[in-house]
Design a protein around this ligand. Structure first.
Ligand code: PMP
Length: 371
C-alpha cells in the first residue's frame, strides 16, 4: 500500500454544515481569558492510510468521540499551531504571516509520522472557517481571534507505532490582550538548571503537544515561588533557550563595546522557530541600528554583563504577547534584577509597536494576509 501523504485535501471541496443555534458572543472580548470562549464552528478533515484525506468540512463545534485506545491519548501523537486573526483599522480581517505556521505545522506532521498536506490548501480552509465565524473576530485593537489548528493520531490501537488514521481540525477562540493595562508589563523568571525543555536530537523544534505536558509542573513550581514564567536553560554552560512558551532575546553591549541583539540559534533543534522571532530578526536586520546575532547565550554571560551594566533588555517573543519584557531572574538561589524597563525598553517597545501596527493594519505590510 503506497503511503499517500503527498496527496492533500482541497479548499474547493469544502462542505458546510452551519449551526442553527449560534452562541452569544462575549460582551467584552477584551476581557476574554485565553481559551475561555470558542466560536460556533470548526474545520475538520479525516485521513486514513487506505483512502488518504477525506473531504474537509466546516461544522458546528462539537465533541470528539474516540476509542479509549486511540493513539493520541497514549503516546501523545498530536501537533498544533497557534496563530491569530485581527480586525484591522482599514476594516479587513487579517492574519499575520500564516504561511509560516502552515510550514511549521507541515514539519510537525512529518516529525510525528502524521500525514502531510498542501500548506496553501490548509490555509484556504482555515481562512474560510474564519470568514464563516467572522463576527467573532473582536472589533478591537486590543483583542484578536486565536486560531488553533490541530492534528491527532486516531489509530484505535495500543501499538507504539505510526498512526494509520488521523484527524486534522481547527478551532477558534476570541482572546483579550496579553497586557491588560496596555503597557508592556515585565515578568520574572525562575531558571532552574535541573530541568530542560528540549534536548539535541529531541523534538523541541516542533510544535508537538508532547513538548508541553512535561513543562506544566515546572511552570506550576515557578508560580508557587512567585515567578510568572520558566527560563529554560540547556547544557553544562546553562544556555538560555526559551522563556515559557516564548523565544528569548537579549539586547546587550558585546565584547567589542557595540549594542547587539542576540537570540538562541535554531541549529541544534532545541528551539521552537517562532514566527515572531523570525519577524523580529528580519526587522532588526533591515533597521540596521545594531548587530543582530543568532548564537549561544549563557547564564555566565548574563551575570558577567549584568555586573558591568551591559545588559540593556531581556524579553520573550511569541504570538500571545508579541514581546514580553523580563525584569528578574532567579538562578541558583540568587535573584538578578534585569534593567529591561529602565532601558525603555527601547528595543522591546519598538518591535511591539512595529509588529502590532502590521497586525492591526495601521501600516500596510506584506506580512498581513487578508482573510
Ligand atoms: N517557543 C515555544 C515553546 C512556543 O510554544 C511558542 C509559541 N508558539 C514560541 C516559542 C513562539 O512562537 P511564535 O512566535 O510562532 O508564536
Amino acid at each position: 500500500q503506497p503511503h499517500r501523504t503527498h496527496l492533500s485535501f482541497k479548499a474547493s471541496d469544502l462542505t458546510y454544515r452551519l449551526t442553527s443555534h449560534p452562541k452569544p458572543k462575549p460582551a467584552n472580548p477584551e476581557e476574554c481569558a485565553f481559551g475561555s470562549h470558542y466560536t460556533d464552528h470548526m474545520l475538520s478533515v479525516k485521513w486514513d492510510e487506505e483512502n488518504g484525506w477525506g473531504i474537509p468540512c466546516i461544522k458546528p463545534l462539537e465533541n470528539l468521540s474516540l476509542h479509549p485506545a486511540t493513539s493520541v491519548f497514549h503516546y501523545a501523537i498530536e501537533l498544533f499551531e497557534g496563530m491569530k486573526a485581527f480586525h484591522t483599522e482599514d476594516n479587513r480581517i487579517a492574519m499575520f504571516r500564516p504561511m509560516e505556521n502552515m510550514k511549521r505545522m507541515y514539519m510537525s506532521a512529518e516529525r510525528s509520522c502524521l500525514p502531510t498536506f498542501d500548506q496553501k490548501e490548509l490555509l484556504d480552509c482555515i481562512s474560510e472557517l474564519v470568514r464563516v465565524d467572522q463576527d467573532w473576530v473582536p472589533r478591537s485593537n486590543k483583542a484578536s481571534l486565536y486560531i488553533r489548528p490541530t492534528m491527532i493520531g486516531t489509530e484505535p490501537s495500543l501499538g507504539v507505532q505510526r498512526s494509520l488514521s488521523a484527524l486534522l481540525y481547527c478551532i477558534l477562540s476570541p482572546v483579550g490582550p496579553y497586557f491588560k493595562t496596555g503597557t508592556l508589563n515585565p515578568v520574572s523568571l525562575l531558571a532552574d538548571p535541573k530541568y530542560i525543555r528540549a534536548a539535541e536530537g529531541g523534538a523541541g523544534a516542533y510544535k508537538l503537544g508532547s513538548n508541553y505536558g512535561p513543562t506544566i509542573s515546572i511552570q506550576h513550581e515557578a508560580e508557587k515561588q512567585g515567578f510568572q514564567q520558566v527560563l529554560w536553560l540547556y547544557g553544562d554552560n546553562q544556555q538560555l533557550t526559551e522563556v515559557g512558551t516564548m523565544n528569548v532575546f537579549v539586547f546587550w553591549i558585546n565584547d567589542h563595546g557595540d549594542k547587539e541583539l542576540v537570540t538562541a540559534s535554531l541549529d541544534r533543534g532545541l528551539i521552537l522557530p517562532g514566527v515572531i522571532r523570525s519577524s523580529l530578526l528580519e526587522l532588526a536586520k533591515q533597521w540596521g541600528e545594531f548587530k543582530v546575532t543568532e548564537g549561544v547565550i549563557t547564564m555566565e554571560d548574563i551575570i558577567l554583563k549584568l555586573q558591568e551594566n551591559r545588559i540593556l533588555e531581556i524579553f520573550g517573543t511569541g504570538t500571545a504577547c508579541v514581546v514580553c519584557p523580563v525584569e528578574r531572574i532567579r538562578y541558583m538561589g540568587k535573584d538578578y534584577h534585569i534593567p529591561t524597563m529602565e532601558n525603555g525598553p527601547y528595543v522591546a517597545k519598538k518591535y511591539y509597536k512595529q509588529l502590532t501596527d502590521i497586525q492591526y493594519g495601521k501600516v500596510q505590510h506584506e506580512w498581513s494576509h487578508t482573510v
